[in-house]
Design a protein around this ligand. Sequence first.
Ligand code: COA
Length: 197
Amino acid sequence: MPTLLALLKEDLANARAHDPAARGDVENALVYSGLHAIWMHRLAHRIWCRGGAGRGVARVLAQVARFLTGIEIHPGATIGRRFFIDHGMGVVIGETTEIGDDVMLYHGVTLGGRSLEKVKRHPTIGDGVTVGAGAKVLGPVTIGARSAIGANAVVTRDAPADSILTGVPATIRPRRADQRRPLVDPGCYIVGDGDGI
Ligand SMILES: CC(C)(COP(=O)(O)OP(=O)(O)OC[C@H]1O[C@@H](n2cnc3c(N)ncnc32)[C@H](O)[C@@H]1OP(=O)(O)O)[C@@H](O)C(=O)NCCC(=O)NCCS
């Protein structure tokens, strides 16, 4: 298992790759709430997995992260490498969520449950999936690798790999090869400091 420091460096490189507005590592480490949230989650998750009284500590850490970032990740959630949350505020990730590698979420995303039973009740998100702003993925559904979930979609069904999901409830269509470009926040091209124009 990589050390927390190695993951931290990988996360910083990942922020640069996903957000054209990202600049130096020191600045990014200070200003990206999504990085703060995943770093605190990685620590809380390791404590959670040891079980026992530490689970209370893990919950408190998650709560501190929520207070600081507006991003709520249950310490039981399993999250892969190079995970990135852009903008962050209003994200909720439930306890039994499983997220693969290279997944990106925007603000307002809920990976939530539809049942109060203590079973696997949250989504499984495949490698390379992007979840647009405000989208809700509810229940123990599986979203196949490299899929894209549109902004404000509500997803309650499984989707195969390479899907695009949009609408309420979400309809699923194949994601063509030419649509597999990474989705990035174009903000810097609108309000940039000159570098990006
Ligand atoms: C869903 C998404 C991935 C589709 O990307 P795409 O395949 O390139 O889609 P297109 O732009 O070619 O649009 C295809 C159709 O889907 C519609 N569509 C696109 N996004 C949609 C959405 N979120 N909800 C509903 N319909 C959507 C388009 O209007 C278009 O409809 P039309 O064929 O009737 O004209 C993308 O539009 C999206 O929502 N990305 C999330 C971006 C985001 O959250 N950004 C936040 C930045 S802060």
